[in-house]
Design a binder for this molecule. Sequence first.
Ligand SMILES: *Cc1c(COP(=O)(O)O)cnc(C)c1O
Length: 417
Amino acid sequence: MDNIDVTPRFDLDLTQPEPMPQQSIDRATELMRTGRLFRYGETAPGELNDAALLEQRFAEMLGRKFAVGVNSCGAALFLALRSSGVRPGDKVLVNGYTLAPVPGAIEHAGAVPVLVEVTDNCTIDLQDLVGKALASGARTLLLSHMRGHISDMDEVSGICAKYGITLIEDCAHTLGASWDGKPTGTFGTAACFSLQTFKHINSGEGGIIVTDDEELAARAILHSGSYMLYGQHAARPPESSFEKLRGQIPNYSLRLSALAAALALPQLDLLPERAGRMTASYRCVEQLLRSIDGVHVIERAAKEQFIGSSLQFCLPGLSGEQIADFVGICHGHGLGLKWFGGPRMEGFTSRPSQWEYVAGAGTLPQTEKLLATLCDMRIPPAMEEKHCRQAAQIITYALRQATSTGDHALSVPTNRP
Ligand SMILES: *Cc1c(COP(=O)(O)O)cnc(C)c1O
């Protein structure tokens, strides 16, 4: 071995989204010609706006009664909390491995995040969940299926039922995924999806709440900014649910635009094929990484039917400096990995101890230990087998370089027994 770099350059931009399908372009163009980009553009009687059509599709797809479109998943989480009855000062349980807008949504609702540990497989720690539920008296769990990692939903549902906890699911990364055959987004009282560019359906920005709860749905529609035009929604509760709330619900103006919905709608039909490609690449990279000493891939439960839109792995035994080097070398080869353990919040990655506005943010040792070495690779649908091989080669090379103490000492740490 020597240290001459014969490693390939990664020739795919991991941040490159899929182009809009022609149907999305056509629909959006048609809509632009009409100028009716506002979802309450006073459509002709019986005619449904694209936002209403998208809500209808979501409700049908998930087998839920109601769906409400808003302008982001973060807004959806906030509205779902608010509309489920969370009041300022209430405590809300949330897993510590999640994206910054999730504790942000709790704070937005005036509530107090109670952070729960995650285990080595990036899912919620059930024991800590019960302990924190009892200690805090929280009556709501906002469960984030972060980066598509799905917790044991049989256990979570059981715990919520036993302790009278309302479950709200954050499905930003699990549109199309299931636990033991049951889609995510069908376990909780409400669930929230994202239409942001880096999720499974891309309309730039957008979020959808689904629920079977009439009052929650009516509140969410009114809060979202429907004025008194809620009749223009299709997947909505009956008139009487709105009448009861007349005058009581502030309008927060968080609507989904008709244009975003027009872009999203045709993509729903493409989801299974896109998901299949991403998950195949995930499995390919995962298998290659398993044979690299020092790399620990995150295990998935057999019941988890996830969508492999990103892949996480740990580098146990490496120092922060070594991981920073490792990530830098990967970037140098065109492979844009992210790392959750950096000294500062950067880009999309942050960890609980960095959310300083949350009381007790620094008290999740197990989660912090995991995130300290957790790396993250986006898997776009355009990724092919050759890219998977390139990624594994670059990771192998970067790991060697980052852990070599002298020019010729190319030892890598091993986590093999
Ligand atoms: C992206 C994301 C969100 C927020 O979605 P936006 O639509 O960008 O507000 C929430 N939770 C998770 C896990 C996410 O990945």
